[in-house]
Unconditional design. Structure first.
Length: 214
């Protein structure tokens, strides 16, 4: 549950958005959306410390050094699905048709097989939505599958780039978030500068205290 874990880290730590994004396998703008509470409904945070995925020492290392990449505690190997569509939580399954409709409308270069793998659905469902014979077509509203939580921005970007390359067309460039990216970059720079200044101040105070003891 990367989005829920990211929500907890945003609310309870001083980690940068990039550190949280890297640890949770999300795009930095997804973390920004979670922080701004614009990703739909408010997420219930999931504590990775209680889940034995992180230690407080590891979080403190990350807070002290914005360039540090958090290391997940190695857990027992889990059995992974190797065949069939990807698993989608029951609460998200009702959103699948909206995500499929969005992909069909905005990325016709993506094959039905690729859509099925990304969203976790069948070709029959995709074809029904495409030819508008789906039983619930009147209520289907195209929505970005990333916003719906059906996939990550990184997965969608990779799929779009791959499909565009296969089709021999240039991958579309989404400029809608350019301003957000610039703002995030500036914010991250400010966070790193502040962290560096705080570290220097702490070191100076420690040195002064040592001189006083002498």
């Amino acid at each position: 549950m990367p989005h829920a874990t990211a929500a907890w880290l945003v609310d309870n730590t001083g980690l940068t958005f990039q550190q949280i994004a890297d640890f949770c396998g999300l795009h930095i703008l997804e973390v920004q959306a979670i922080a701004d509470d614009t990703a739909g409904t408010k997420l219930t945070g999931r504590d990775p410390v209680r889940a034995h995925e992180l230690t407080m020492d590891e979080i403190e290392k990350g807070q002290a050094n914005p360039a540090y990449r958090l290391q997940m505690i190695k857990g027992p190997e889990q059995v992974r699905r190797t065949k069939g569509p990807r698993y989608t939580p029951v609460s998200k399954r009702q959103d699948k048709p909206d995500g499929i409709a969005w992909l069909i409308r905005h990325h016709p270069e993506i094959s039905d097989a690729a859509i099925g793998k990304l969203i976790g659905t069948t070709r029959t469902t995709i074809e029904a939505i495409r030819d508008r014979s789906h039983w619930n077509i009147a209520n289907i509203v195209p929505k970005d599958p990333v916003t719906l939580g059906l996939c990550s921005q990184r997965e969608l970007d990779a799929l779009v780039a791959k499909a565009a390359k296969k089709a021999g067309i240039a991958a579309p460039v989404d400029s809608r978030l350019d301003g957000d990216r610039a703002a995030l970059i500036e914010e991250l720079k400010a966070e790193r500068t502040a962290a560096h200044a705080a570290a220097e101040a702490a070191a100076a105070a420690e040195a002064a205290a040592s001189e006083g003891d002498d």
